[in-house]
Design a protein around this ligand. Structure first.
Ligand SMILES: Nc1nc2c(ncn2[C@@H]2O[C@H](COP(=O)(O)OP(=O)(O)O)[C@@H](O)[C@H]2O)c(=O)[nH]1
Ligand SMILES: [Mg+2]
Length: 305
């Protein structure tokens, strides 16, 4: 009789918490490894608002990444919920993957995050110094030294990567897998996320807004899917885009509805790809002055429990 248990095959699996300040490439890295867009990406702050699990399974290992909102000062109820999500992910993790913008010297936020990590020093840590494509050759040693000292990570536990191109990501995975416990997989092999299609749909709409909108809009936007109907070979989806001011509503709708139309088309194409069939997407824009302060709306948006 053959024994397929992890104990005999050496199969490794576990949770890896992605930590680091916003905008360093945590979600980009996870999507690349998982091979699906489970977490949206943009250069705007607060792109990732709640924890998202992204799972990759191979014949020898399974990694369940816990992508977190970056660690930052909370100013709103939403901000508080975001920090809470990052902290909670530490409790579940087997390994911490700290992602830094390796092209810069550590900043204040990296120092704060390092303090947080020192409290959880028992977990094995891997340091990913991302955005290597922007790193000048003469800064490599200086930045590597600064981050490894700050986080207490030795030279064998760090990797320089370019997540947007997948450079060195395979080597990074090797470092991570070596630190995972030998145990059976936690998820079935066809699972790649814990997020519902509804939530991923809302997120894809929000991503298109983040990409297209000017700086003053992103923090103020949330997307709520309020209608979802399977209709033969197509899904009819209705979603509401919440903004905080009438002026933002005007921006999102655009001249003769052109902006909203563009967002709708871009999002629909990706939602169709995700669901594997045709989608009819209807978007509405609504002003809700302080949705970021409202526990009820945050709950409806699935940003908090
Ligand atoms: N130049 C460069 N940009 C990157 C790299 N990885 C991610 N980015 C960009 O950095 C921005 C933030 O990425 P994101 O994954 O949302 O960061 P997160 O906030 O840490 O999750 C996006 O515009 C990405 O395209 C990289 O390796 N090099
Ligand atoms: Mg992110």
């Amino acid at each position: 009789m053959s024994d397929n248990s992890a104990a005999s095959t050496g199969f490794r699996s576990g949770y890896v918490a992605l930590l680091g300040k916003p905008n360093v490439g945590k979600s980009t890295l996870m999507n690349h490894i998982v091979g699906q867009k489970v977490s949206i990406v943009s250069n705007k702050p607060q792109t990732t608002r709640r924890r998202v699990i992204g799972i990759v399974t191979t014949p020898t290992y399974q990694i369940a990444f816990i992508d977190t909102p970056g660690i930052h000062e909370p100013h709103t109820q939403l901000g508080k919920a975001m920090i809470e999500q990052a902290r909670m992910s530490l409790g579940d993790a087997d390994v911490i993957l700290y992602v830094a913008d390796g092209s810069h010297h550590p900043g204040e936020q990296d120092k704060e995050a390092a303090k947080l990590l020192k409290q959880d020093i028992k977990l094995p840590k891997v340091l990913c110094m991302n955005k290597m494509d922007l790193l000048k050759a003469e800064d490599v040693q200086r930045n590597v030294d600064a981050f490894s000292t700050l986080l207490g990570v030795g030279p064998d536990d760090l990797m320089l990567t370019t997540a947007i191109r997948g450079h060195n990501v395979d080597k990074l995975i090797e470092l991570i897998v070596a630190k995972l416990p030998v145990q059976d997989p936690l998820y079935s092999e066809d699972e790649f996320t814990d997020q519902s299609s509804r939530f991923l749909t809302a997120e894809l709409v929000r991503e298109k807004i983040l990409h297209a909108a000017r700086e003053e809009v992103p923090h103020s936007v949330a997307v709520l899917v309020d209608d979802w109907e399977e209709d033969g070979a197509m899904t009819r989806i209705g979603a509401t885009i919440l903004v905080e001011k009438a002026s933002q509503r005007a921006i999102i709708i655009g001249k003769q509805g052109q902006f909203l139309k563009k967002i709708g088309t871009e999002a629909r194409l990706e939602i169709e790809e995700m669901l594997g069939h045709k989608v009819f997407l209807q978007l509405h824009v609504k002003v809700s002055e302080d949705w970021r302060m409202s526990p009820r709306i945050l709950h409806d948006l699935e940003y908090s429990d």
